[in-house]
Write a protein that binds this ligand. Structure first.
Ligand SMILES: O=C(O)CCC(=O)C(=O)O
Length: 283
């Protein structure tokens, strides 16, 4: 394992093939890790190409997204976010089942939940002039839910273009996990930026304080795909079974179907008294 240093903080950095024990230890105990080369150049090109095509063919959705509840959080003038990528962007379904990212999510969420759900799949671009966000925890959706030793959600930010200090690479405060999303944020003095090459992934416990940085460049747009995984007994942020209805989900791989909510956690999520996967069966 190598490490990224800025100030005194150090983000663990793993090269492929990633060692699962090192990966899990870094995410669970320090809060974050950088997975170098998690996606190929071609995968990044494909995602950005499909995003561009979606923007061209669905302008109304992009208009909607800048005014959406979470879109405004990005700052409407200098950032754009598109949610619910699975079902809208063809390559997203394959990207969310990256074996090392999903494997880590399954292992770290397992003590609290047998099943894992996608809670967010989001493409974001933060343009020159984008201000720094406030330090926050992504568990903000459940402000009263205490988080302890085991995380309830993991976020993966996949760099689709290089993340630099100047274009606003994500800041994280290592070891700041645990507690409530409504806790006061720590000071910036302990924060470190996740500078990454295109294709690298910042994987972190969603209860870790972090923030998008200010883009102080003239022309460097920072593009990323953010995907998050959660325990199956909390209501997910995005409504995946509405955005990917059964007739569309039926065409996807089984692990993607499960992540979207065509699955049940004990008696949660039942459909007609049984497994919601039954809704995907064609007669
Ligand atoms: O911009 C980033 O790198 C992080 C974005 C983020 O944390 C958020 O939108 O919640």
């Amino acid at each position: 394992m190598t490490e990224t240093t800025a100030g005194t903080a150090v983000i663990p950095r793993l090269k492929p093939p990633y060692d699962p024990a090192e990966l899990d230890d870094a995410v669970k105990n320090r809060g974050a890790v950088i997975l170098c080369d998690a996606y190929t150049e071609q995968e990044c090109d494909t995602l950005l190409g499909q995003i561009a095509e979606h923007k061209r063919s669905h302008p109304e959705e992009w208009e909607y997204t800048t005014r959406s509840m979470l879109g405004t959080y990005q700052g409407p003038d200098t950032a754009t976010a598109l949610h619910l990528l699975v079902g809208a962007i063809p390559c997203a379904a394959g990207m969310v089942v990256h074996p090392d990212i999903l494997g880590c999510a399954r292992r770290l969420l397992k003590p609290l939940s047998d099943t894992v759900l996608l809670t967010l799949t989001e493409y974001i671009e933060r343009r020159p002039g984008a201000p720094a966000q406030g330090l926050h925890r992504d568990t903000v959706a459940w402000p009263h839910m205490p988080v302890g030793e085991h995380p309830i959600m993991l976020t993966a930010i996949a760099a689709m273009t290089d993340f630099t200090a100047a274009n606003g690479a994500t800041w994280v405060v290592l070891d700041s996990h645990g507690g409530l999303a409504s806790d006061a944020a720590p000071g910036w003095e302990g924060a470190v930026q996740a500078e990454m090459n295109r294709g690298d992934v910042l994987l972190f416990r969603a209860d870790l304080f972090h923030a998008g940085g200010a883009n102080t460049t003239d022309s460097d747009v920072r593009h990323f795909f953010s995907m998050a995984y959660q325990v199956a007994w909390l209501r997910p942020i995005e409504n995946s079974t509405l955005s990917v209805p059964p007739r569309v989900a039926a065409e996807l791989a089984e692990d993607v179907q499960e992540l979207l909510g065509y699955s049940h956690e004990l008696v949660l999520g039942l459909y007609k008294g049984g497994d919601p996967k039954n809704a995907l069966r064609v007669s």
